[in-house]
Design a protein around this ligand. Structure first.
Ligand code: SF4
Length: 336
């Protein structure tokens, strides 16, 4: 939150507040596209980690990083952001992030039109409250803040360099063109399906394991067990470069996690494994070839909105009982 914000032209004085998780930021892109169609590229307040997902997006004029858990933590950082937004003279603020702090921010910044969800905890500070039917997909739900109608697609502003980095790595590593991508990680531990290594062995296909630096050890373990069949991309690439890599995958097999949304942005078909959460929360895959794997009858699921770090019942059957064979058959049964 160090760059000064220039007051944009009157027709462009729109800011979006989205400081939620990285997946939520990806799913905000249809809202940004819809707003850009109406007002031109808009400004977005987001976390430093999410900024690279947006700062090349054609619907975005400026990313304003807000490091709410770090440098900008506390009242000092919050009121610096209030002053920055007030100085920019925004006419309209849209708040897809359901948070008291985000709603209060727009009110204190004296933005005249403040739009958020009718059920959000900070709704009292909004001038317009939008109701959305339960079960609506998050990307469509957020786009509805800018009006109803067909939501634009989830998209990332991948650069020529992002594409080149991914292309060159695949070529240099001699990864076969028919590779599958696996994303065994997830921020919350209970959302991690524990059988990815067994799946890679069962599939007998070239596999690239994707994810962040925190997923690298798991990826290396899978590769060590299957020499010559598995390539480790986890921890090597930026978020946009990872999406560029997924453009080439035949399919991605993943948990309810960020890679699922990166894959949606590049139209990579997915087999998404849901345990403690459910696609009914609005974060499932939406492509015509996508498949969802979930336990058919476990009474304890879903057990939380994000999924706890560990299973509160300790057995973790929501994930452990989804078999390698069932997931492998879903992958093999995907429409060409
Ligand atoms: S309580 Fe049930 S749904 Fe939640 S993590 Fe454990 S097995 Fe999964």
């Amino acid at each position: 939150m160090t760059q000064p914000v220039q007051a944009p032209g009157a027709e462009r004085r729109v800011v979006v507040i989205q400081t939620a998780h990285l997946g939520d930021v990806v799913l905000t892109t249809p809202l940004l596209t819809r707003l850009a169609d109406q007002y031109g590229p808009v400004d977005v307040v987001t976390t430093p980690a999410a900024a690279p997902l947006l700062n090349t997006h054609p619907a975005v004029r400026r990313v304003i990083p807000y490091d709410k858990a770090g440098r900008d933590a506390g009242l000092g950082g919050f009121f610096r952001l209030v002053g920055l937004l007030r100085g920019a003279g925004y006419q309209k603020a849209l708040v897809p992030h359901e948070s008291v702090r985000s709603a209060l921010l727009t009110w204190l910044a004296r933005v005249p039109a403040r739009i958020g969800f009718s059920g959000a905890p900070g709704r009292f500070w909004y001038t317009e409250r939008v109701s959305v039917p339960a079960g609506t997909h998050a990307s469509r739900r957020m786009a509805m803040l800018a009006g109803v109608g067909q939501a634009p697609k989830v998209e990332l502003g991948l650069t020529a360099q992002d594409l080149q980095v991914a292309d060159e790595w695949l070529r240099d590593q001699k990864v076969p063109a028919d590779f599958l991508a696996l994303a065994p990680g997830a921020r919350w531990g209970s959302k991690r399906w524990p059988h990815f290594a067994g799946l890679a062995a069962r599939l007998r296909r070239p596999v690239v394991v994707v994810g962040g630096p925190e997923d690298r050890a798991a990826a290396e373990a899978i590769a060590a067990a299957l020499p010559g069949q598995v390539w480790v991309a986890a921890g090597r690439f930026t978020l946009r470069e990872s999406a560029a890599l997924l453009r080439h995958a035949q399919a991605l097999i993943c948990n309810d996690s960020l890679p699922l949304h990166l894959a949606s942005a590049v139209a990579c078909p997915t087999v998404a494994i849901f345990g403690p959460t459910t696609p009914k929360f609005g974060f499932g895959p939406t492509g015509p070839r996508d498949r969802v794997m979930e336990h058919p009858s476990l009474p304890c699921r879903p057990c939380s909105r994000h999924g706890p770090m560990t299973c509160p019942l300790t057995h973790h059957l929501c994930m452990r009982d989804i078999s390698i064979e069932a997931v492998a058959r879903a992958v093999e049964g995907m429409k060409p």
